[in-house]
Design a protein around this ligand. Structure first.
Ligand code: FES
Length: 571
C-alpha cells in the first residue's frame, strides 16, 4: 500500500478527505469500527506493556479496556498498541539495560502513529520511567496509568507477606535455616497475583514520581492492581487524556525544574527507592533539564522523612493509602514544594490538595518526622567523585552511618558468588564489602546486585548488616547499609577500581562522604580496572557506546535534546 501526502504521525490522518484518510478509516472499519467511530477526535493511543514475560504488568490488560471506555465517553477514539516490556525479575543482564530501548520504542510508536495523545500503561520498575522518557521525546500529550501493587499474601506464620519479606527468607536459606518444605511453600506463596511489588520499592516509588510530576491522576499510585478503584482510575485517565489533548498539554509542560524538585522531595519523604535518582535524572534530561547529584543532596537534606512505610518502615501500602496516599505526603511537606505545578487534569497541585482533607494517620508522621532529612542520602568523596547513593531509611545498624573498616573486594558477580560464603573469607563484622564491575558499562546495565549478602559465617554469628559499596544498583525492596551507584564506575576508570583488599574505607552519612583512606599520590600510582571489551554489534554496541553514567541518569547521550549541539561543540 502506498502512503501519500499525510504528515507523519497525527490523528488528523483519519480526518483527511483524500486517499490517505480514506485508507486510514477503511483499515479501522475493517476491524469492526463504525463510520462514526473512525471520525472521533482526538485519537488516543494506549501504549501497553502488558506481557506474559512481565507478570507485574499483566493486570493492565483489563485496565486498557476501561481506559478505552473513558476515552470514548469523552468523544475520543482509543487505539491500543503494544510496546516491549521490561520485567525486573526476568530480564538479563538487567532491566535497566533495556530501559532506553523501551523508551525509544515508545517514542517512535507515538511519533510515527496516527495518534494525537497517548496513555502510557506500565508498572514494573523500568516501564514507567521509560514510557515517560519516550513520551517526553515524542512531545504529544501523555498520561500515565500505573499497574498498582499486587495484594500481600501469607507465608507460614506471616500475615501480610510482602516482597521485602522474601529476602530474609532467602538469606536464612543460604545458611541452612529454611527447610526444603518451607522453600517449596515460599515459591507457592511469595507472589499472590498480578501487579507490582507491594512495598515502597522502585515500582511504587516511580508510580509516585509519575503522580507528582502530573502524568497520572492524583491519588492513583497506591490502590491495588485488581481493585475497583484502579478500574475507575483507568476510566478517568481515559477521560483526562482526551481533555489534556484538546487543551494541547504536552509532556514538557509537566516536567519542569519545579515538578522535578517536587518529585524528588516526595521520594525523600517516602524513603523511596534509590533507583529514583537515576530515573529522575534521565526524565529531566529528556525535558532539557539537569538536576545533578549536588541538588539531590540539598533537597534530601532539607526534606523530612515522613512516610513510615515498608520496606524501611512498619506500615503497609494499604495503610499509606488510608492515610491519603501520595497527595497526603505532598500535603505533609507542602511548605517545601511548588504547588503551582500543573497535572494532567489541568488543575494545579494546590487545587487538588485544597479540595480535600487529610486526617492524621500513623503511617505519615505528624509534626515530628521520622527523621529530619530524607530517606536518600547522596555521598561524595575520593571513592565517588561524581556521587553515590545510600537509602539511609533502610540502614539497620545505626552505628554504620559513621564507620571505618577494611575492604574485602569482589571483582564482579562470579567472584562474589564464589567466595562470599567461603569460611576463609577475610571478613569480620566491621569489614566493608566492595563489589565492582557492576556499573552501567561494566555489567552492563547496573544490575540490582549491590545488596551484597552478609557472609554466611558472619550471619551465623548474628551479624545482620554491614557496610557494602558497589557501582551496582539495588532493589527498591531491599534495605541495609548499602552504598550504591558509585560514580564513575570502576569499568570506566572510577576510583572504586583502585581499591585493594585491606584498604580502609570510611563512610560518614552526616558529612555526606564516602572515601578510601589513601593519599591522592597513592591513588594516582595505582592502575585502574580494565574496561570491558566493546561488543561487536547490535544493541550491546549501542549501549556500550552511548550509555551515560549513573549521575546522568544512564540515558543514551543521543536521546537528549541537546545532543546535536553538544556533539557540534565537541567538534
Ligand atoms: Fe516488577 Fe517489582 S519485580 S514491580
Amino acid at each position: 500500500m502506498s502512503q501519500r501526502g499525510v504528515s507523519r504521525g497525527g490523528g488528523a490522518a483519519f480526518r483527511d478527505p483524500g486517499q490517505d484518510g480514506m485508507l486510514h478509516r477503511a483499515f479501522l472499519r475493517g476491524t469492526g469500527l463504525s463510520a462514526e467511530d473512525v471520525r472521533r477526535s482526538p485519537v488516543i493511543g494506549i501504549a501497553t506493556s502488558a506481557s506474559d514475560l512481565n507478570p507485574c504488568n499483566l493486570g493492565t490488560t483489563a485496565l486498557v479496556e476501561r481506559i478505552k471506555e473513558g476515552v470514548r465517553s469523552a468523544g475520543g477514539l482509543p487505539l491500543a498498541f503494544p510496546t516491549i516490556s521490561v520485567s525486573e525479575p526476568f530480564t538479563r543482564p538487567t532491566s535497566l539495560y533495556l530501559r532506553n530501548l523501551l523508551s525509544m520504542d515508545v517514542e517512535e510508536m507515538i511519533t510515527g502513529s496516527p495518534v494525537d495523545g497517548v496513555v502510557l500503561v506500565g508498572g514494573c520498575d523500568k516501564t514507567v520511567p521509560a514510557q515517560i522518557m519516550g513520551a517526553l521525546s515524542a512531545g504529544k500529550p501523555a498520561a500515565v496509568l500505573t499497574a498498582g501493587p499486587r495484594m500481600p499474601t501469607s507465608f507460614g506464620r506471616h500475615e501480610n507477606f510482602t516482597i521485602d519479606d522474601i529476602w530474609p527468607v532467602c538469606e536464612a536459606r543460604r545458611v541452612g535455616e529454611v527447610s526444603d518444605e518451607e522453600w517449596v511453600q515460599l515459591e507457592r506463596c511469595a507472589i499472590g497475583g498480578v501487579g507490582t511489588c507491594n512495598v515502597m520499592g522502585t515500582a511504587i516509588t516511580m508510580a509516585a514520581v509519575a503522580e507528582v510530576l502530573g502524568f497520572s491522576l492524583p491519588g492513583s499510585s497506591l490502590p491495588p492492581a485488581t481493585s475497583d478503584v484502579r478500574e475507575e482510575l483507568a476510566f478517568r485517565t481515559g477521560e483526562a487524556i482526551v481533555a489534556a489533548t484538546r487543551a494541547g498539554q504536552v509532556p514538557g509542560e509537566l516536567v519542569s525544574m519545579k515538578s522535578l524538585e517536587n518529585a524528588f522531595r516526595v521520594v525523600s519523604a517516602l524513603g523511596g527507592s534509590t533507583n529514583a535518582v537515576i530515573h529522575l535524572e534521565a526524565i529531566a534530561g529528556r525535558a532539557g533539564h539537569v538536576l545533578g547529584m549536588r541538588r539531590f543532596s540539598e533537597w534530601s537534606a532539607t526534606t523530612p522523612h515522613v512516610a513510615d512505610v515498608r520496606p524501611s518502615g512498619q506500615y503497609s501500602l494499604a495503610a499509606l493509602e488510608t492515610a491519603g496516599g501520595v497527595p497526603a505526603v505532598l500535603n505533609r511537606i507542602r511548605d517545601l514544594v511548588h504547588l503551582d505545578t500543573v497535572t494532567v487534569t489541568g488543575r494545579t497541585w494546590k487545587e487538588h490538595l485544597d479540595s480535600r482533607d487529610f486526617p492524621s494517620h500513623p503511617a505519615i508522621a505528624g509534626s515530628v518526622p521520622l527523621a529530619p532529612r530524607g530517606g536518600l542520602v547522596v555521598l561524595h568523596g575520593n571513592l565517588a567523585p561524581c556521587g553515590a547513593v545510600l537509602k539511609v531509611a533502610g540502614v539497620h545498624d545505626e552505628r554504620l552511618q559513621r564507620h571505618r573498616g577494611r575492604a574485602v573486594v569482589f571483582e564482579g558477580l562470579a567472584d562474589l558468588n564464589a567466595r562470599i560464603d567461603d569460611p576463609d573469607l577475610p571478613a569480620d563484622a566491621d569489614s566493608v564489602l566492595v563489589l565492582r564491575g557492576m556499573g552501567v558499562i561494566g555489567a552492563p546495565g547496573m544490575p540490582e546486585v549491590g545488596h551484597i549478602p552478609v557472609p554466611a559465617k558472619l550471619r551465623r554469628a548474628g551479624v545482620r548488616d554491614m557496610l557494602r559499596i558497589s557501582d551496582a544498583r539495588m532493589s527498591g525492596t531491599a534495605t541495609g547499609t548499602v552504598v550504591l551507584h558509585v560514580t564513575p564506575e570502576a569499568a570506566v576508570g572510577g576510583p572504586l577500581g583502585l581499591v585493594r583488599e585491606g584498604d580502609e574505607i570510611e563512610l560518614d552519612v552526616a558529612a555526606g562522604t564516602i572515601r578510601v583512606v589513601l593519599s591522592p599520590e597513592e591513588l594516582a600510582r595505582r592502575c585502574s580496572a580494565t574496561p570491558p571489551p566493546q561488543p561487536p554489534r547490535g544493541y550491546a554496541w549501542l549501549h556500550h557506546q552511548h550509555a551515560l553514567q549513573a549521575d546522568q541518569g544512564c540515558d543514551f547521550d543521543f536521546l537528549r535534546p541537546d545532543f546535536r549541539a553538544r556533539a557540534d561543540a565537541a567538534g
